[in-house]
Design a protein around this ligand. Sequence first.
Ligand code: ZN
Length: 493
Amino acid sequence: MRFRLLAAAAAFAIASPLAAAPVLAPAAELSKDVQAFVSVPAGRTALTHVRVIDGTGAAAMEDRTILIDGAKIAAVQPASAAIPAGYRAIDLTGASVIPGIVGMHNHMFYIARPNLDASGHSDDPLVVPQMTFSAPRLYLANGVTTMRTTGSVEPYADLNVKSEIDAGRMVGPHMDVTGPYLEGPDSPFIQMHQLRNADDARRTVAFWADQGVTSFKAYMNITRAELKAAIDEAHRRHLKITGHLCSVTYPEAAALGIDDLEHGFFVNTQLDPGKTPDKCSDGQGTPTLLAMKPGSAEANALIKLLVDRHVAVTSTLPVFAQSLALHEPLNPKAMAVLTPEAKESYLYLRNLAATRRSTPRGQKFAEAYGNDLGLERQFVAAGGLLLAGPDPTGNGGVIPGFGDQRELELLVEAGFSPLEAIRIGTLNGATYVGLADRIGSIAAGKNADLIVVRGNPAADIRDVEKVETVFKDGVGYDSAKLLESVRGRYGEY
Ligand SMILES: [Zn+2]
């Protein structure tokens, strides 16, 4: 049966090579394995006496009832209004409901540094183990109901995970699968294809679009000609392309038509000393960020360019906060999902960040981080579309799902209100992927993709960590059960 379904899917792909599987598949019947994590089955459910934070940035609404009918939200009404017949009521007094997170920099892999020691030394090459088992569970457990993979190392695995989830056979979020990194020579990642020229970039995009990926990502050592070819081919297929850039500056990429820029303003190299065209600079953007004070003439010009060209920016604060001395520790729930090796890596690197706190390098980084926060605020104030994602890579301290919650907290530390931070993490992502009419906020007719948290994240954003149930397509998943299923596994598989 399973084989026949896969064969049918393959036949469909051959018949229409340009039709990628949509990010939001119709809700499927769930397998026994998936049902094991379900606490509220599909049907008619009334979540009563909840505080609703709808994701648009509007003030929280107290004491509401959310009616879920199948995969959709049927209504949001005062708790005093009558519940129609046929609904199962769940009293959630003391809880809040926010939209499912739309994670826009959410990988399915871990980065291992072979033989990492307490001095920070590791042996080459970096290796990237796929987290096909743990990552989808971690995302869903922590409230991420839609995610972009934002660069795939095993794109076939990510595509297959998406179809297994969409078919109800694996547990996880809706996925926008990004193609393999569009990267040139001199990459630190030995598992990536190295583009040879612009035609190779175009063919790579065409090939992976035909395989079903729904977005692309340019990387640090791409040339302008390759990026241009990739953008044109992606756009010809109505797909979007983002970039973690270095060899190409932000103004160059905006002029070429890129849709999104990863890592806030950390990796713009336009003012880096010694920057030559098409080559990644030694500073990889830090000198530019140090030179670009929020509100400066350079900052104003760049932000105007990005807003005028409708280029989104993805904030990935958790991965950068790892380099700040004495950054926020992991909570115990997050610590519990790491392998012993990932815990060790996290603690070594946390220790090293702390030892750098009064060194020039540590102070420069803290200054650059502060500039980025100011530029992200300035970008939003100017009308820019800011997206959010954790970038779960590297040292074990940024974990799928937990990192998405941390991103919301760091946006609030950056100066956004909790309601603005929630909007950036939900509706803004949905807007970017063109699905704002279906996901990203709480309203009648939209997907019932919701997070039930204890407390009130509109007052204290840290309450986004207190996830009880995550609804995807109207089915409630037990967050604790999902986390228990990956205890000690993140970093392994
Ligand atoms: Zn990344």
